[in-house]
Design a protein around this ligand. Structure first.
Ligand code: FE2
Length: 294
């Protein structure tokens, strides 16, 4: 039977997951650990993100991240961001004259995709013994952190994200992508928390996002059966929680209809030895090799 709630546990002190936690993850494709990140650590990351935003000149770029498409086809600013820190706006951030309607922090969709390797504050948030222990508990031998994203979900314009699987975008053979979503502020139904279809990670990968022989990013449908109707379950979580989810776990998030931001930080981890196709959108230069948790 499909679960009607996302299972949540208090984070284990040293990170090692208990058999119950691992079983929940394997059964549902998602599990929540509350109180995983301290309030000062959440605040420090929020402050650092806002410092980066303060130093960013929005006139230098006008890259809009389409949350519904999860990408900007043909946008080199996005496609070359795998080993950089870049800034992506919400679709509704600009007025008809092309000017920002609100402050920068209230206009951005996200930062991506290598803060964890390029910024010391993000690095130390991302590489904790507790997170390494979780990854170890889930059977990873030589994990590497592939990407990081800081998600703003700004008040009123924070866009909806359609139902997708992250292995569509971060595909490896075998598939080893796993996501960690850290709530830096409370995530609620009103401000656009994540939703999952528990157990659906056991089904096939539906789509593949890849670079075709002309160098253009495109989607290929691998399985066109629709997601089961009315099967999504919200993951309302408190700040400091981490949501751990399988690369095939279908998930979405609603628009932020509230007057408050819903900041979150995500990491995606893969097994170093899994094959990483040259057709994947996210690529790294040799100057910035992927690193694990040390
Ligand atoms: Fe996702």
């Amino acid at each position: 039977m499909t679960a009607t709630t996302i299972k949540s546990f208090t984070a284990p002190e040293k990170g090692h997951l208990t058999p119950d936690m691992v079983e929940s993850f394997e059964c549902d494709g998602v599990v929540v650990l509350s109180d995983f990140v301290s309030e000062p650590a959440c605040r420090r990351l929020r402050e650092r993100a806002l410092e980066l935003v303060d130093n960013f000149d929005p006139n230098s770029v006008r890259s809009i991240f389409s949350a519904m498409q999860q990408t900007q086809l043909g946008d080199s600013y996005f496609e070359e961001s795998g080993d950089k820190i870049r800034f992506f706006f919400e679709q509704d951030a600009f007025d008809t004259d092309g000017n920002l309607k609100r402050s920068k922090a209230e206009s951005l969709n996200k930062l991506g995709h290598a803060m964890h390797d390029l910024d010391p504050v993000f690095d130390s948030f991302s590489r904790t013994p507790e997170l390494a222990a979780i990854v170890d508990s889930l059977g990873y031998n030589d994990p590497v952190i592939l990407q990081s994203m800081y998600i703003f979900k700004p008040p009123r314009i924070g866009g909806e994200v359609y139902c997708h699987q992250d292995s569509t975008f971060l595909y490896t053979e075998p598939e080893t992508c796993i996501g960690f979503w850290f709530a830096l502020e409370d995530a609620t139904l009103e401000n656009g928390c994540m939703h999952f279809i528990p157990g659906a990670h056991k089904g096939p990968l539906k789509d593949l996002h890849y670079r075709d022989s002309d160098g253009k990013m495109t989607f290929k449908t691998l399985d066109n059966t629709p997601w089961p109707e009315n099967a999504t379950v919200p993951a309302e979580v408190k700040a400091g929680s981490v949501v751990i989810f399988h690369g095939r776990a279908p998930h979405l998030s609603g628009a932020n209809l509230s007057d408050h931001s819903r900041h979150a930080y995500t990491l995606h981890v893969i097994e170093r030895k899994s094959h990483y196709p040259a057709e994947n959108w996210l690529q790294r230069s040799a100057a910035l090799p992927l690193r694990g948790f040390k």
